[in-house]
Write a protein that binds this ligand. Structure first.
Ligand SMILES: *[C@@H]1O[C@H](CO)[C@@H](O)[C@H](O)[C@H]1NC(C)=O
Ligand SMILES: *[C@@H]1O[C@H](CO)[C@@H](O)[C@H](O)[C@H]1NC(C)=O
Length: 228
């Protein structure tokens, strides 16, 4: 379902800008399997503050006040943590989300490339220790991450069941529009200033999600993660 479409700001790659949300692309069961991958990976590290990330593409994992490279740090042990099936599910899920975005915006999915960062996030109410933990500031993805043309979020846990706060808010002139996370829900949007947004602070519990980002520029494309 497309919530709204508007004219893009000039220079923005997509011909039409907008946003959408759907519960029909990823099942709750698939989201729960993906969440278990995130839980396993993030259990190896974790930020001292309340917001941790795991990027299976680059290997970046929050640890204390910094990041380590999961693949370098854990080497062959990674094969005891993740399986081929995990990575196959991850690929399949991101392909279906890519196709959904292409269909919604009337573009060719083959002209979209996965870009970085694409990452799992785990957020709780522990106080921020570094700016990396400050996820709640309003921002435009294209400004924060130059390569993004389309941003998507797959939620892996449920607002009010698993955590409080942590809703996603589009900050529109005159009215804010809120998305309540739930396992399997996908929200997607063009990454420009038409979609200024923020995430409310998580008040209790743990919020899991994955940010999957796409670019139209093949030079900024990245591959799917592979088990080494
Ligand atoms: C919140 O997350 C941090 C790591 O980011 C962890 O040390 C802490 O135990 C977590 N707190 C709760 C209540 O789960
Ligand atoms: C939207 O939210 C921001 C901060 O979250 C707030 O300052 C602003 O007043 C809200 N706008 C409207 C129209 O409610």
């Amino acid at each position: 379902m497309i919530l709204s479409l508007s004219l893009c700001v000039p220079g923005c790659t997509p011909r039409k800008c907008g946003r959408g949300v759907t519960d029909a692309v990823i099942t709750r069961e698939e989201a729960e399997r993906i969440r278990r991958i995130a839980e396993r990976g993030l259990s190896l590290g974790g930020s001292d503050g309340g917001a941790s990330i795991l990027d299976l593409h680059s290997g970046a994992l929050s640890l204390g006040k910094h990041f380590v490279n999961l693949y370098r740090y854990f080497g062959d042990k990674i094969q005891d943590i993740f399986t081929e099936e995990d990575f196959a599910l991850y690929r399949d899920v991101r392909q279906r989300i890519q196709q959904k975005i292409a269909q919604a915006f009337g573009i060719n999915s083959a002209s979209m490339y996965l870009t970085k960062p694409t990452f799992f996030s785990r957020i709780n109410n522990t106080e921020a220790k570094t700016t990396h933990d400050e996820y709640w500031h309003p921002h435009v993805d294209k400004v924060t991450y130059g390569s993004f043309d389309y941003t998507s979020l797959l939620y892996l846990s449920d607002y009010t069941e698993d955590f409080g706060g942590g809703r996603f808010v589009f900050m529109d002139a005159g009215s804010n529009k809120t998305i309540e996370p739930r396992a399997g829900r996908v929200s997607f949007f063009t990454s420009g200033s038409e979609n200024l947004h923020r995430v409310e602070k998580v008040h209790w519990g743990t919020r899991y999600a994955i940010t999957i980002s796409f670019t139209c520029n093949p030079d900024h494309g990245i591959g799917d993660p592979v088990l080494m």
